[in-house]
Design a protein around this ligand. Structure first.
Ligand code: IPM
Ligand code: MG
Length: 366
């Protein structure tokens, strides 16, 4: 098969990790007899500098014309002025909207060898394997907003809203994902306070009762869910929630894995290309140093294979290679315990590419 992939390297460590993910994709394409055509396009701060906009029209066109989009990260201190009229993050939000990718899948699993790497007790995180599904093109990130003078100075507002249709489609997608896993869905809201959450809750309840009676289902309030994620994270299978709560809870959940640098994501719509990005940001503090962890980006490429190209064996071979390299003790600094030897971004990528080839050889020898 021929696949067309748009590459949006973006800012900060984006280009460094994207490079490694492209090498990995090339490797699986070779192994399984596919051809990939990569096209680069601009987004974020780099695009602001060159073209004055974080999301050039041309980028949207190129993305829409491809099978999938691989994105590194956007943003950085250079573009952080709160008074600036254009911001890199607008590029990312605009792209998600333009591609209609309303469901952001953020799997969190803990490699046994890394259960000690994070700040939580090993026995607490050992069996964590959850999938957080964040609504991505609605809610407060896309609601009416504004600022006006008032007696104290100024008054600013952002509004949160969800329609029945928006809740139905994300809950359906989440319930279907739960079916392929441990069959348990937790919907997270703030229904004791917010009108939006009450609509979310009643809609989720109806969809689950009418269409997914065989899937275990519970609701949780976001404040309690934040606590339970740390207290008993292994209890969760699939979590579905709105844009703001999902943004916050997935950063929190990433701590369970030991390093944010390990976590991938996929953003999917009803049709059209999916968008694949690691959940870490542009990490300006380590950008250009060659030490960023490419695993989150590489696992995002695995999700790309599975979700956008239907390349299941290919996705599995990437995931197996990452598992092997982690088991062998290869560590970038963010994953390492004090005193452990570390490698840089390129070396980590190279080890994963080698592991894909090695696994291929041992599979064909078997
Ligand atoms: C994320 C990021 C983005 C978001 C930012 C960069 C706009 O935090 O993907 O979680 O809030 O969605
Ligand atoms: Mg975030």
């Amino acid at each position: 098969m021929n696949a067309k992939i748009t590459v949006l390297a973006g800012d900060g460590v984006g280009p460094e990790v994207v490079n490694e993910a492209c090498k990995v994709l090339e490797t699986v394409a070779n192994r399984f007899d596919h051809r990939i055509e990569f096209t680069d396009a601009m987004i974020g701060g780099g695009a602001i500098d060159k073209l004055g906009t974080p999301l050039p029209e041309e980028t949207i066109e190129i993305c829409k014309d491809s099978d999938a989009v691989l994105l590194g990260a956007v943003g950085g201190p250079k573009w952080d002025d709160p008074l600036a009229s254009v911001r890199p993050e607008q590029g990312l939000l605009g792209l998600r909207k333009a591609l209609g990718v309303f469901a952001n899948l953020r799997p969190v699993r803990v490699y046994p060898q890394l259960a000690k790497s994070g700040p939580l007790k090993e026995e607490l995180v050992a069996n964590v394997d959850m999938l957080v599904i964040r609504e991505l093109t609605g809610g407060i990130y896309f609601g009416d907003r504004g600022k006006k003078p008032d007696a104290t100075g100024e008054f600013a507002f952002d509004t949160m809203g969800y329609s029945t249709g928006e809740v139905e489609r994300i809950v359906r997608l989440a319930a279907n994902k739960a079916k392929g896993r441990r069959n348990k869905l937790t919907s997270v809201d703030k229904a004791n306070v917010l009108e939006v959450s009450r609509l979310w809750r009643s809609t989720a309840e109806r969809v689950m009762r009418d269409e997914f009676a065989d899937v275990g289902f519970e609701h949780g309030l976001v404040d309690a869910a934040a606590m339970h994620l740390i207290q008993r994270p292994a209890d969760f299978d699939v979590i579905v929630t709105g844009n703001l709560f999902g943004d916050i809870l997935t950063d929190e959940a990433s701590v369970l894995a030991g390093s944010m640098g390990l976590l991938p994501s996929a953003s999917l719509g009803d049709s059209g290309p999916g968008l694949y990005e690691p959940i870490h940001g542009s990490a300006p503090d380590i950008a250009g140093k060659g030490i960023a962890n490419p695993i989150g980006m590489i696992l995002s490429a695995a999700m790309l294979c599975r979700e956008s190209l239907g390349w299941h064996k290919e996705a599995e071979s990437i995931e197996a290679a990452v598992e092997q390299v982690v088991a062998e003790g290869v560590r970038t600094p963010d994953m390492a315990l004090a005193g452990e030897t570390t490698v840089g971004t390129i070396e980590m990528g190279r080890k994963i590419v080698l592991a894909i080839r090695e696994l291929a050889t041992s599979a064909s020898a078997a």
